[in-house]
Design a protein. Sequence first.
Length: 435
Amino acid sequence: MNTSAGRTVDSSPSTYSWVVLLVLTLIYAFNFLDRQILTILAEPIKNDLNLSDTQLGLLSGFMFAIFYTTFGIPIAWLADRTHRVRLIAVACATWSIFCASCGLATGFVTLALSRIGVGVGEAGGAPPSYSLISDYFPPHRRALALGLFSFGVPLGTTAGAAFGGYVAATFGWRWAFPAVAAPGLILAVVLLLVVRERTRGVLDAKPDPALPEAARLSLLESIVGFFRNRTLALTALAAGVSGFVGYGILNWLPAFLMRDKGMTLGDISAWYSLASGVSLALGLGVGGYLADQWGKKNPRAYALLPAWAFLLGVPLFAAALFAPNWALALVLVMIPNGLCIVYLAPVLAIVQNNAPASTRSVSSALLLFVLNLVGIGGGPLFVGFLSDHLVVHFGNDALQYAMLALCPFMVLAAGCHYLVSLSLKSKPVSSVGSA
């Protein structure tokens, strides 16, 4: 037990709290799987539908991100006022149905419409989940809990590459979409049966005085409050630049390994899925654990840790791009691939620990708005656009040099996280409640 500001906070999450986290993590895994399956199948889809790299960048990046981020904010505002569990269940069913419909696409427009549906559905997934997790885990355990929740990223990526790649290689890429979407419908039902709604702010060390008046806050007031908070605004900026790098790598890595290094779809299913899943899992797990441990002594660690991770990733990423074969390239690129996601758990914890309990879903959605609009919307499109325009200079190596252009943004991301560290207060995380 931990006592702060006259309030007793349970420092040991119950077994049921971990069950809730497990269910939400599995749903997030299929959230990310349905989002990333298009990038896994980029090469066969491009060849079958006659798409350009710019169009692929739009479909996997901007086209998805603009609807995901735009709808995410009002849905999160609704989540702060309604039953979060039911909202997440409806969202899960929605994105699963639209993901399955991608297999019926006949060209760019029809595939884009399905991707828009996936984006709108997924807008109701992560922000309410972050808020719900924060009501099951106390402040000083949230980076670890949110880091474990974010294991949905490597789980989804691994399952997408392994299972989706196998189905595509065996039955064709169209069958892969409904195959990976179906479990989401089952999980939506499991969520409703297993997970209970929780009182907002129940585990905060410091009560949120605005909580009773939360329903009176307009969406505009919630948005203004977020960006007036210097720490939250800088964190969103740092997350956006980080996402630009991370999604630029993640969304183009399978295509790069196949096009430039000679991997086959079978190799992607067998080797890339495992390597990518392990590297992302380590990045998330280590990031969340070290942030909580280091943060006990120095709260600025939540921002300094990602800064160092991005700087360490620059030379390794450049070396991987110029490796002579796909085996060495895969080994080398997985290290920066993991380092570039170290930021996620600490960033989520900063927002959850500094935002009032009454606006945590909206605050999460605003963070994701910047992260995904800049990250998903900008990173993949930047690489795809650059690749198309570098063909005249580098031929088949155009994608390699387009991805190399992400290195300066890795340095920029490190600088942004350092700015966040300067804004963080020097008080122990265990006493941070609603700020």
